[in-house]
Design a protein around this ligand. Structure first.
Ligand SMILES: *[C@@H]1O[C@H](CO)[C@@H](O)[C@H](O)[C@H]1NC(C)=O
Ligand SMILES: *[C@@H]1O[C@H](CO)[C@@H](O)[C@H](O)[C@H]1NC(C)=O
Ligand SMILES: *[C@@H]1O[C@H](CO)[C@@H](O)[C@H](O)[C@H]1NC(C)=O
Ligand SMILES: *[C@@H]1O[C@H](CO)[C@@H](O)[C@H](O)[C@H]1NC(C)=O
Ligand SMILES: *[C@@H]1O[C@H](CO)[C@@H](O)[C@H](O)[C@H]1NC(C)=O
Ligand SMILES: *[C@@H]1O[C@H](CO)[C@@H](O)[C@H](O)[C@H]1NC(C)=O
Length: 740
């Protein structure tokens, strides 16, 4: 049977019909096809059986396209967990379809970007923490670049068969699943294909392998990157299972594939979804991750999503839906410095992860601006940036080059021996380059530049990096996207921060550690940074909480992570909550939050009514008769969220009331008292200020009123409920928006 399947698969490959998403040219209608683009038609809740759903999609297309509606126009039907399809449409057709009653939204199939293992110890989460046998029943859906199945991190020794409820599949092709990686699917709707990628769940990049092993990788002793970050590599829930959904390829992660992966992952039966990618923030029903995670939430699955790597500017957070967890990236106490010595004996310290050892040999040293590739038509202002092809290989070969900026493929391709670059950006991350490199400050670079131009034979050497302890950690990385939330101002985003800088985890053997073609260094573990690396830490903690509390809702798990988070320093993190949300994730405390802020589909629908989404669209999404009336028109401030945000205009004056409901998950009988921390000038009242519970599961509501005038653009306060054992903390942020 297997054999027949693989023969069929092979034939499909030959016919170009591979994958789940099939693209066929439309016969005889090439002119109109060229005007068509791939659009996603989102239709909400799924009612019918699989077969009739596709037929319904086709007949909807026929209504608009008439006889043009060849089968090839319908690229994919979402029909396992949510309703909708992908089709090649003209803009006009897309507009017509968006008016149909059964359609919630129509949006172009856009592109998203991908945004150890000391990190767990750093969080106080040791190898010996208590675990439940139920951990091996937890299935994590990882939507990413695929996985490297042969990595030791995914060995299935000691694992039993997958949980019996598992309905996933292993769409094998140059790939084997096991009892650790229990599912693997891939989504590719584009016939354009890079020969460096695999048409398989196999990871040609490393990113997906890195994320999956951070979540659920086995304990692997003596792991390191060429000796750096030496220790035990491990995931947060090493007994959990992994289901791989490859949605990201050499070019991007497209919306159609992301939504198809959610459609499958939910139906397959994953417990937590980890999504380390994003685009720009979009309204809720035109964003594939927002839609997918909404349906996941309906099915009891929490989605953990990276906040984005577009910081430190405000309003850059791209993960904004209230039903998912948005994760910022912070440092761990591991940093790397790389020393540069120049001919006059002076030593400068720069950043990078440099595994190369030049043994202290001095090399000729030249400024990129003095070596333009004139034959290639480049001038010296271009070659000073050392961009690709801008340097004359005959001049820079075997020399160390001083460059302005961080892009160093130029010197590598030109055969340079090393690079000293001046990049004041990204002071907090050290990156890996294809040749010896150190990024110095621009002040140091200016001194180095003077040296080069003051001697006839300038020389330099670059040392292997040294690992150092960063005593300021944790702080939020500059690249981590910041709030406020560009879609709904008064839902605080990001939600939480987790380690995302200098993380060692498993890697794909198909990509060099610098990701630069030509670099000969391939390694099973690599050190990289990004909110992409922070997200899997949060996914793992969510899975850890889920293993102890299998019945908790996505909102309950999210609440437990947020209200138990560690306070972060506002002195170091000047963007405060807009950088770190509720604070730094704390896996052990998250198990036992005392109170939770629960919410379900009804609550989010009320919220969406208040956001102006109409009854027709919401009925399509929920699949029931819920209507937006004045009575269930929820305000942003009454959504049962574990944090509080109140925006104000330029005047800085604020008067805002929030309503919340807490559910007791601590002791049967308990009394919680509120404490408010607020800056002078901001009056925050909590009513009632004491909450008594008689049983587990009991719900009690309270109100918070924030009143006053703020003089800074952002003021942070907080509310803490305490029963003598638990501390349930929520940040309160008041901030000005306007044209000042
Ligand atoms: C397929 O991908 C390539 C490379 O990213 C892109 O140039 C091309 O436009 C894509 N084609 C379609 C039909 O999306
Ligand atoms: C299959 O995977 C191996 C790595 O294990 C790779 O070298 C090879 O190119 C892959 N083959 C295809 C057809 O993708
Ligand atoms: C540095 O020394 C080691 C050990 O002798 C040698 O293997 C390596 O090639 C040397 N590196 C360079 C750049 O000369
Ligand atoms: C160098 O070339 C760039 C791109 O062609 C051009 O914009 C720039 O003005 C040139 N600079 C000088 C100093 O000639
Ligand atoms: C709900 O509130 C929003 C925002 O105030 C308003 O735009 C909308 O018309 C209201 N809907 C209903 C049904 O009251
Ligand atoms: C803002 O300034 C006013 C006037 O100086 C002061 O009364 C108020 O307390 C200040 N507010 C805060 C939040 O510091």
């Amino acid at each position: 049977m297997r054999q027949i399947q693989s023969i069929l698969q092979f034939l499909f490959l030959l016919l170009g019909l591979y994958g789940t998403l099939r693209v066929q040219p439309v016969q005889g209608k090439l002119a109109s096809v060229e005007e068509r683009k791939s659009y996603i038609v989102y239709m909400g809740h799924l009612h019918e059986s699989e077969d009739s759903v596709s037929a319904a999609h086709m007949s909807l297309l026929q209504k608009v396209m008439g006889s043009d509606a060849a089968p090839g126009c319908l690229l994919h039907s979402y029909k396992r967990s949510l309703n909708g399809f992908v089709a090649m449409l003209t803009e006009e057709e897309a507009n017509i379809i968006s008016e149909f009653d059964e359609v919630v939204s129509v949006f172009p199939n856009g592109k998203n970007k991908l945004h150890t293992t000391r990190s767990w110890d750093f969080m106080g989460f040791s190898k010996q923490v208590k675990r439940t046998p139920l951990e091996s029943d937890v299935i994590i859906g990882v939507l990413d670049t695929g996985i490297w199945p042969e990595s030791k991190s995914f060995d299935d020794q000691g694992f039993g068969p997958p949980p019996s409820r598992w309905k996933g599949a292993c769409e094998v092709s140059n790939f084997t699943c096991n009892n650790k990686i229990i599912g693997a699917r891939y989504y590719r709707d584009n016939l354009t294909f890079s020969d460096t990628d695999f048409l398989s769940p196999r990871d040609s990049d490393g990113h997906g392998t890195h994320c999956a092993s951070t979540i659920a990788g086995n304990h692997v002793d003596m792991a390191s990157l060429y000796g750096f970050a030496y220790g035990t590599a491990r995931g947060g829930v090493p007994s959990a299972r992994i289901a791989v959904y490859k949605v990201c390829w050499f070019d991007s992660c497209d919306d159609a594939g992301i939504l198809a992966a959610f459609d499958d992952a939910i139906a397959d039966g994953v417990d937590i979804i980890s999504a380390s990618f994003g685009g720009s923030a979009k309204s809720y029903f035109t964003d594939s991750t927002a839609i997918g995670s909404f349906h996941a939430m309906k099915a009891g699955i929490l989605t953990s999503n990276s906040a984005g790597n577009k910081g430190p500017k405000p309003f850059t957070v791209s993960s904004v839906s209230p039903w998912l967890l948005s994760v910022a990236a912070s440092t761990i106490d591991r940093e790397f410095i790389t020393k540069v010595q120049i001919g006059d004996g002076k030593i400068y310290e720069g950043l990078s992860i440099n595994t190369f050892d030049l043994n202290g040999s001095m090399y000729p040293f030249i400024y990129g601006g003095d070596a333009p590739n004139k034959a290639g038509g480049f001038n010296s202002s271009e070659s000073s940036l050392c961009s690709e092809n801008s340097l004359d290989p005959n001049i820079v070969r075997d020399k160390i080059v001083l460059c302005q900026g961080l892009k160093t493929n130029g010197p590598f391709l030109a055969g340079a021996a090393g690079v000293v670059s001046a990049a004041d950006i990204a002071k907090d991350i050290a990156s890996i380059f294809p040749l010896p490199e150190s990024d110095v400050s621009s002040m140091d670079a200016a001194n180095i530049y003077s040296y080069i131009h003051s001697t006839s034979y300038p020389t330099a050497t670059i040392f292997k990096s040294e690992e150092k302890k960063d005593t300021f950690a944790p702080y939020v990385a500059s690249f981590s996207s910041r709030g406020p939330n560009p879609i709904t101002l008064d839902i605080l985003k990001p939600d939480i921060t987790a380690p995302g800088v200098h993380i060692l985890a498993a890697w794909s053997l198909a990509n060099p550690i610098s990701k630069v073609i030509g670099d000969q260094r391939f390694a099973p573990y690599n050190i990289i940074s990004g909110t992409s690396m922070a997200c899997p830490h949060a996914s793992a903690v969510a899975a850890y909480v889920k293993s102890f509390h299998p019945t908790w809702s996505p909102a309950a798990i999210k609440s437990s992570l947020m209200t138990t988070a560690h306070l972060m320093s506002q002195k170091i993190n000047t963007d405060a909550e807009f950088a770190y949300g509720a604070g730094h994730i704390d896996p052990l405390r998250a198990l036992n939050p005392g109170l939770i802020y629960d919410a379900d589909e009804t609550d989010y629908v009320k919220f969406l009514c208040g956001q102006g989404y109409d009854t027709r669209r919401l009925q399509a999404v929920t699949g029931d008769q819920s209507t937006c009336t004045a009575a269930n028109n929820g305000t942003t401030w009454d959504l049962n969220y574990p944090s509080f945000a109140a925006s104000t205009s330029n005047s800085g004056a604020v008067y805002r009331t929030f309503t919340r409901i807490v559910t007791n998950v601590g002791y049967d009988s308990s009394v919680y008292r509120s404490t408010v921390f607020a800056p002078v000038g901001l009056k925050i009242q909590v009513s009632p200020s004491m909450l008594s519970f008689k049983s587990i599961g009991e719900k009690v509501s309270y109100q918070v009123t924030v009143e006053g005038t703020i003089n800074n653009s952002v003021e942070s306060a907080s509310l803490v409920w305490e029963d003598g054992v638990h501390q349930v903390r929520s940040p309160i942020v008041v901030f000005q928006v306007g044209n000042n």
